[in-house]
Ligand binder design. Structure first.
Ligand SMILES: [Zn+2]
Ligand SMILES: [Zn+2]
Length: 436
């Protein structure tokens, strides 16, 4: 059933009018109940000697034990169990997985979703060993991606890593995932609407390469999820399986683009900012996809207000903004300001961006208007699937909303609507309107 997914992605392969050559390296997506047999067969194809299997306590129970048993019939298996409630892909979990790798290890198998996957992918890249993923929850779109966000001294840094050779999942296991993780997957997918808007904006205003094929693939991925949103509330196996397909396709799109641009825009920056702040506070983190869903609704409103009136270019008081950034980032301010300075230059000057914005105003505004019109539907889909729609439902305080809208663009050197609004000197004015 998942072959068509690979076919969709394969159709976008090769030399592309966007100037890039897209390659999909993941060889198989399998979502079905025969997954342990497929896992063993793939391990054989990949010439596995020793296998290092990585799981956390919950995912080990969900599918790790079955994977270990199946692989153990043919290969020596070393299982690394990441323990604790608040796991992150960080030095500790990476070190732990590295300790579980020896000269005999010829294959890594990640059983789990976010952290387990990010950690294993990072290590697989560093030790130059292929890896497979067994997904246990449709909570995020990173299964097929080839980058790893790693938490380093409070900062989430995205590292180049490696694609999985295959992604496997059992609909039964996916359906048994906590309800919140299903809703989070939908939230992560709705974020693609604003991510695609940011990508288009950047291509028109700064000349960043934009790929119609990959964007089309991403739209298909979102559409698969949107059509199945109603079934997510009841967690029908069909709807949960389709959501997983959509999420995996999104990961493939990132893999083929070679970066997360098609899947991540300023809605993700808000989510990362909130996560960072919750960590600083020692507050329990909420799910990535939940925060992305909530952030997407805010960005849709921001875009609506941005395009509601043409504003003149205004000078930016960088000293005042530096004080604000320092206050918003606390101890982490130096790190982020060094990586992404306030006077960061884009490929085009602010004046050029402004001129191009006016030249493409109608096209960009109609994109923002369409999103604004679908905002109610997004809200309903999230609410029906059991996901949060309001910042306080994901532990985000009113000051976090304001600080994220004003300052989250500093997290990544990526051109987005929030960065544009900053450069044009109108960011604070629009945020004030929104939060009035
Ligand atoms: Zn995401
Ligand atoms: Zn392309």
């Amino acid at each position: 059933m998942a072959d068509d997914l690979l076919d969709l992605a394969r159709a976008a392969q090769g030399a592309c009018p966007c100037g890039a050559t897209h390659a999909m390296r993941t060889r198989e997506i399998y979502i079905g109940e025969d997954w342990t047999a497929r896992l063993t067969a793939l391990a054989r194809e990949l010439g596995a000697g020793g296998v290092t299997l990585v799981a956390d306590e919950r995912t080990f129970e969900a599918a790790g034990r079955d994977a270990e048993r199946a692989l153990g019939q043919e290969f020596p298996v070393k299982t690394v169990l990441l323990r604790g409630r608040e796991l992150h892909a960080d030095a500790e979990s990476i070190g732990k997985v590295l300790l579980g790798v020896s000269e005999r290890t010829k294959l890594l198998v990640a059983v789990g979703s976010g952290t387990v996957n990010d950690t294993t992918r990072f290590v697989a890249h560093r030790v130059k060993t292929p890896y497979l993923v067994v997904g246990t929850a449709p909570s995020m779109d990173g299964y097929a991606s080839s980058v790893s966000p790693v938490l380093e001294e409070g900062m989430k840094i995205t590292y180049e890593a490696v694609h999985p050779e295959a992604v496997l999942a059992s609909p039964r296991v996916l359906c048994a995932a906590p309800r919140a993780m299903v809703a989070a997957g939908l939230g992560d997918m709705l974020g693609k609407y604003t991510a695609l808007m940011d990508w288009k904006l950047s291509s028109l205003l700064t000349g960043e390469p934009f790929c119609q094929r990959i964007a089309g693939l991403m739209r298909q991925a979102v559409e698969i999820c949107r059509q199945n949103a109603a079934g997510l509330a009841a967690r029908t196996p069909e709807a949960v399986t389709e959501l997983t397909r959509g999420l995996t396709l999104s990961g493939l799109a990132m893999q083929m683009m070679g970066n997360s641009r098609p899947a991540s825009g300023c809605e993700h920056h808000l989510s990362h900012f909130w996560e960072m702040r919750q960590l600083q506070r020692g507050q329990g983190a909420s799910l990535h996809g939940d925060k992305v869903g909530v952030a997407t609704l805010l960005i849709v409103e921001f875009a609506h207000r941005f395009f509601a009136k043409k504003r003149p270019l205004k000078p930016v008081d960088r000293q005042a903004w530096e004080r604000r950034m320092r206050a918003a980032y606390g101890d982490l301010a130096d790190g982020f300001l060094a990586r992404n300075p306030l006077d960061r230059e884009e490929a085009t000057s602010t004046q050029e961006q402004y001129d191009r914005l006016l030249a493409h105003w109608t096209e960009l505004k109609s994109q923002a208007d369409a999103l604004w019109e679908s905002r109610e539907e997004m809200l309903r889909m999230l609410a029906e699937s059991g996901g949060p729609v309001h910042p306080d439902q994901v532990g985000v305080r009113p000051e976090d909303v304001r600080d994220a809208l004003l300052c989250a663009w500093l997290l990544r050197p990526r051109f987005t609507l929030l960065k544009l609004a900053f450069d044009l000197g109108v960011l604070e004015e629009i945020v004030d309107e929104m939060l009035a």
